[in-house]
Design a protein around this ligand. Structure first.
Ligand SMILES: [Fe+2]
Ligand SMILES: [Fe+2]
Length: 260
């Protein structure tokens, strides 16, 4: 999401709310046919194009002042996406597709930050087909990647829902590139203040809880909500898709609990 859109805050939430109403499904679409392929996360990670484009994406975002979006973020989001579906009891192939989506989701940033979820999905098509992935699986991954940002995104499949909560959970001081705290913007300040972040999946109680430890000397809880509110709305929807409730705990206190 762009920083301008981030800063838009509440107005953006209303926009999301309207989109959501209009986008309400009228019924479950039929499951597409198609074969399962054996393309793994390791195969995807070994692809020269993937390695090159993720490195370029991180470099380009660094040049325009964004937090880390490189191999650390890709690997972590991949792992969390996998774990969300694993803990909720999904099939092994769904988990692998979520892991692949998580690894590739921000690759489009090497073209441009704007519309990076859409450009990323477009680029990913050729790469995955080249590796021999089936059309059905490519379709699921492209939908997950194309819907991971809050401006236009909706959880349209379980892989994409897992990717959304995984991506928005990665807030941590290690993502901040600026060395001088006096140069921090609000994104840097909030990320830098987060000493620990963990997405807890409680399958029996159907909850996804983002647990954060924040140094309130560096940023207060309101700073966090100022820039993350629209992301949290998206997390709530993603959790609902997975038949869970989304919660946030900051420094051991429950600060958000949504009802499904
Ligand atoms: Fe993104
Ligand atoms: Fe991301």
């Amino acid at each position: 999401m762009s920083r301008a859109a981030d800063a838009a805050g509440q107005g953006h939430i209303e926009e999301l709310g309207r989109d959501r109403k209009e986008a309400r499904p009228v019924g479950p679409a039929p499951e597409p046919g198609g074969r399962q392929s054996s393309v793994s996360l390791a195969d995807v990670q070994a692809h020269e194009g993937v390695q090159t484009f993720i490195a370029l994406a991180d470099r380009h975002l660094g040049q325009i002042g964004y937090t880390e979006h490189g191999f650390r973020h890709a690997g972590l989001v991949s792992k969390i996406s996998y774990n969300v579906l694993h803990r909720l009891g999904f099939e092994e192939r769904d988990k692998e597709l979520a892991a692949i989506s998580g690894y590739l989701h921000d690759m489009g940033n090497f073209v441009s930050r704007s519309f990076h979820s859409q450009t990323g999905a477009t680029i990913t098509y050729d790469l995955l087909r080249e590796l021999g992935m089936s059309y059905k699986e490519v379709g699921l991954i492209l939908a997950a990647i194309g819907n991971h940002e809050e401006e236009f995104g909706h959880p349209v499949n379980a892989i994409g829902a897992a990717l959304i909560v995984a991506d928005k959970s990665d807030v941590h001081r290690s993502r901040v590139r600026a060395k001088d705290p006096t140069l921090f913007d609000i994104h840097d300040r909030v990320n830098y203040a987060v000493e620990r972040s963990f997405l807890r999946v409680d399958a029996p109680h159907r909850t996804l809880t983002l647990e954060l430890t924040i140094d309130t000397e560096l940023a207060d809880v309101m700073d966090y909500f100022e820039i993350f509110l629209s992301r949290m709305v998206m997390c709530r929807r993603a959790a609902e898709y997975l038949e869970c409730r989304f919660k946030i705990d900051i420094n051991g206190e429950r600060v958000l609990s949504t009802e499904s």
